[in-house]
Design a protein around this ligand. Structure first.
Ligand code: GLG
Length: 828
């Protein structure tokens, strides 16, 4: 450490946060001239973005260092959020806002000849996630920092995020998202933090001098994990937490023997193999595909993270039994479940803790969040693959399972079936490791992400575990979203208007303060301002559509939006069938009737998993309908259909504030929560949705007059599916008309849509036909109600006023209190 006589000097010259605009400008120019080696003569927008972000990054690092020091000296319990996905989007605007330097930087760069908006556009999205699950993790780490909890995220530093989507001839075409081309100013490479990770090999045991049986795992392949730290600034606080992302590197660059023998290619092969581990994000949402590389990613990330966490704990010289008093680890879905096994392995094999004591530590450390009940999304790894890759972990899983089943047998001696049902090992050929069961058994709390969903996991997929553990182990934490990004950044005008009425921006920290605008719901002046802002946001989206799709849309039309991953359970097919129905109705209208009709712009966006045929067909149909409808002179402004390509976080920030209606129309019981539903309502759009996921709680908060609900309830779904399987259920007559139009070639080659149609006329697993009439009725009501501008705007205001509950700050407080048992550490 630094000798005490030198410390004064360190303090004197220690980097300080820049106080004002001029200091920011100095730093900006210094970065242009030194970091980038550019000058006033060749500083374009990209260079200016890089220089500005370097200056902001320096500012974040000062706060980051302070926070880490503070957390180390306070030495209190910390939480670690393990997630394979962090769908962060862009960082710069958020960093300026949270650090409270937006005005300084904005006018700072303006003086130097740049527009902040142009600089922001230079940043590529950090798209290290598929959809809701990854974006939730991003909102959560924002809230953990903003509410001053000592908490880190742990994830993978993919070189390729979610693929980029183009539409060619109506079809989705994927291309790789190499987002690190111009280096990433928002990460700090920690080349000094390198952790060896092993795969494959074999296990052996021996008895040591104390007569104890010791297990060893050896002889495998090694790779190295290198840490990259992303500072996570809290809003309105100095707390700046850390998101640590791991990249894989070869342990040695070359096999020198082979290299010297002239076998260059095979000498680098091993190093290339190591780097592929963290190279690419798997592009599946709500779908499990059992690829070995994916299991490698999971172990690589989990082992590196636990090594890091354990190392930090060991520095405090506490006894092992205090580990759960210092550490809470949250498993974001089953992807990090190996952490349960890895911690048990560290404790018993490396640290010599007895099995029972170790298992007690493990189960008190972990919490598991489930995000879906869809069977095709539940992770199961074939035992042979698992044993080959992680032989010692497989042994430990067998032990965990044995002890668990013994306990169950004691509790329910007569129930033989129960044992097979709850076993971690599924007795199929080959046998499979059920990761969700392992996660439940290895955690002290299991939670769902919205009320209905948390009830459903207790009564369906995890029913037996409720019998075994009792109901208290299972709970609900309804998802939330960060109001910083999803209100203030995405919709600055609305945020400013609200602030002008409630007197401050405190609602961005305490979202319940929105309630204060409710009395203004019928205030004509406030309504006017509200409507003007919505128009502005619609015009902003219309300009984007003009640029990306090449045609104009009418900003006075009702903007009807469905943007999310394309999935049969989310039922974009029902939406586009509804659009076709609308088109056919318009074609049949008289001139007079047309005058009465509500003009609509139907906006779609979202990616399909590359191997998901049905989802890709839905995208094709949307684009085919768009082409026909938009070119039909009979229709005019009454209907436009838009597919916005490459939906991502930064596009959501433009799309969400522009909706009048957004659709969240999953088959009841299938969408665990949804989080974009919350974003749309927070921005003054109303929902057209099913009684599913968080739609239900949104209804409770905003009132049932301020949401358009339709469709069968979750409790009827099983019966309806049964009916489809065992009797002839007639197709909905309106849907039949739609199918006739498709089949007669109105939207091009009907052969393309054969399987899409027969999925409905056949078993109709997602109940499109059953819900279709009720969907059309709800749409009709939307059309009518939209004509009454006064009521519409007052409903919009009332809805926003009651969205306080959906802040991710509230969700994080609930996790902290009832699962993690961690407390905030103030930076004061
Ligand atoms: C899931 C669910 C969503 C949920 C999200 C966050 O499908 O309903 O809102 O996680 O909990 N796999 C997902 O995206």
């Amino acid at each position: 450490s630094i000798p005490s006589e030198s410390r004064q000097l360190w303090q004197k010259f220690g980097v300080k946060e820049f106080g004002g605009k001029e200091e920011f400008q100095q730093e900006f120019i210094r970065h242009v001239e030194t970091t980038l080696a550019r000058s006033i003569y060749n500083c374009d927008d990209l260079a200016a973005y890089q220089a500005a972000s370097q200056a902001i990054r320096d500012r974040l690092i000062v706060a980051w260092n302070k926070t880490q020091q503070k957390h180390t000296t306070k030495d209190r319990k910390r939480v670690y959020y393990l997630s394979l996905e962090f769908l962060m989007g862009r960082a710069m605007d958020n960093a300026m806002l949270n650090a409270g330097i937006k005005d300084i930087t904005k006018s700072g760069v303006a003086d130097l000849g740049f527009k902040i908006e142009d600089l922001l556009e230079q940043e590529p999205d950090a798209a290290l996630g598929n959809g809701g699950l990854g974006r939730l993790a991003a909102c959560f780490i924002d809230s953990i920092a903003s509410t001053n909890y000592p908490g880190w995220g742990y994830g993978l530093r993919y070189q390729y995020g979610i693929f980029k989507q183009r539409i060619v001839d109506g079809y989705q075409v994927e291309s790789p998202d190499y987002w690190l081309t111009f280096s990433n100013p928002w990460e700090i490479p920690r080349y000094e933090i390198q952790i060896d990770i092993m795969f494959y090999g074999y296990t052996r045991k021996y008895t040591n001098d104390d007569g104890k049986v010791v297990h060893v795992w050896e002889g495998g392949e090694q790779v190295q994990a290198v840490a990259y730290d992303v500072p996570v600034p809290g809003y309105g606080t100095e707390t700046t937490n850390n998101l640590r992302l791991w990249a894989s590197k070869p342990t040695r660059e070359f096999d020198f023997e082979k290299f010297n023998a002239g076998d260059y290619e095979s000498s680098v092969r091993e190093s290339q193999k190591a780097e592929t581990i963290s190279a690419v994000l798997y592009p599946n949402d709500n779908f499990y595909s059992g690829k070995e590389l994916r299991l490698k990613q999971q172990y690589f990330w989990v082992a590196a993270s636990l090594n890091d966490i354990v190392r930090r704990f060991k520095k405090t010289h506490r006894p092992w039994k205090e580990f759960p008093d210092q550490v809470a680890i949250q498993l974001n879905d089953t992807h990090p479940t190996l952490a349960v096994v890895e911690l048990q392995r560290i404790l018993i094999d490396m640290e010599g803790v007895e099995w029972d004591a170790a298992w007690n530590i493990v189960t008190n450390t972990f919490g598991y969040t489930n995000h879906t009940v869809l069977p095709e999304a539940l992770e199961k790894w074939p035992v042979p693959l698992f044993t080959n890759l992680l032989p010692r972990h497989m042994e430990i899983i067998y032990e965990i399972n044995l002890f668990f089943l013994q306990k169950v047998e004691k509790m329910f001696p007569k129930e033989r079936d129960l044992l097979a049902r709850v076993s971690i090992i599924e007795e199929s050929t080959p046998q499979q490791v059920r990761m969700a069961y392992l996660a439940i058994i290895g955690s002290h709390k299991v939670n769902g992400v919205a009320e209905l969903h948390s009830e459903l996991i207790k009564t369906t997929i995890f029913k037996d575990f409720v019998t075994i553990y009792g109901p208290d182990k299972f709970m609900n934490v309804t998802n939330g979203i960060t109001p910083r990004r999803w209100l203030h950044q995405a919709n600055p005008k609305l945020s400013d208007l609200i602030a002008s009425k409630v007197g401050s921006y405190d609602f961005l920290k305490d979202l319940n303060l929105l309630k204060k605008i409710e009395p203004l719901a019928h205030d004509p002046k406030f309504q006017d301002e509200w409507v003007t802002i919505k128009k502005f946001n619609k015009a902003r989206l219309a300009a984007h559509i003009k640029q990306s799709n090449g045609f104009e849309v009418n900003v006075n039309a009702l903007f009807d939006v469905q943007v999310k991953r394309i999935h049969e359970y989310k039922r974009q097919q029902m939406n586009i069938f509804g659009v076709i129905h609308r088109y056919l109705s318009i074609k049949a209208m008289t001139k007079e009737e047309k005058k009465e009709a509500t003009p609509r712009v139907c906006i779609f966006g979202g990616k399909s998993a590359p191997g998901y045929y049905m989802a890709k067909t839905i995208i094709k149909l949307i684009n085919a309908v768009s082409e026909v409808v938009n070119a039909d002179a009979d229709v005019g402004d009454l209907l436009k259909v838009v597919f916005i390509a490459d939906y991502n976080v930064s596009k959501a920030e433009i799309i969400v504030p522009a909706s009048d209606i957004s659709q969240h129309i999953s088959t009841a019981g299938t969408e665990a929560s949804g989080t974009s539903n919350m974003k749309f309502v927070l921005n003054g759009g109303l929902i057209l949705g099913t009684v599913d996921g968080a739609n239900i709680e949104i209804t409770r908060e905003v009132g049932e007059n301020n949401i358009f609900l339709f469709g069968h309830l979750a409790e009827s779904v099983e019966d309806l599916r049964h009916k489809h399987r065992f009797s002839d259920v007639p197709l909905d007559p309106n849907l039949e008309k739609v199918f006739n139009a498709i089949e007669s070639g109105t939207f091009g080659d009907p052969n393309i849509y054969v399987s899409l149609i027969s999925s409905v006329t056949g078993s109709d697993y997602y109940l499109v036909s059953d819900d279709f009439q009720s969907y059309l009725d709800a749409q009709k009501l939307v059309d009518q109600d939209f004509k009454n501008k006064d009521t519409w705007v007052s409903r919009s205001i009332t809805a926003v006023a009651n969205m306080g509950f959906f802040s991710s700050d509230r969700a994080i407080d609930e996790y902290a209190e009832s699962i993690w048992n961690v407390e905030p550490i103030s930076m004061e």
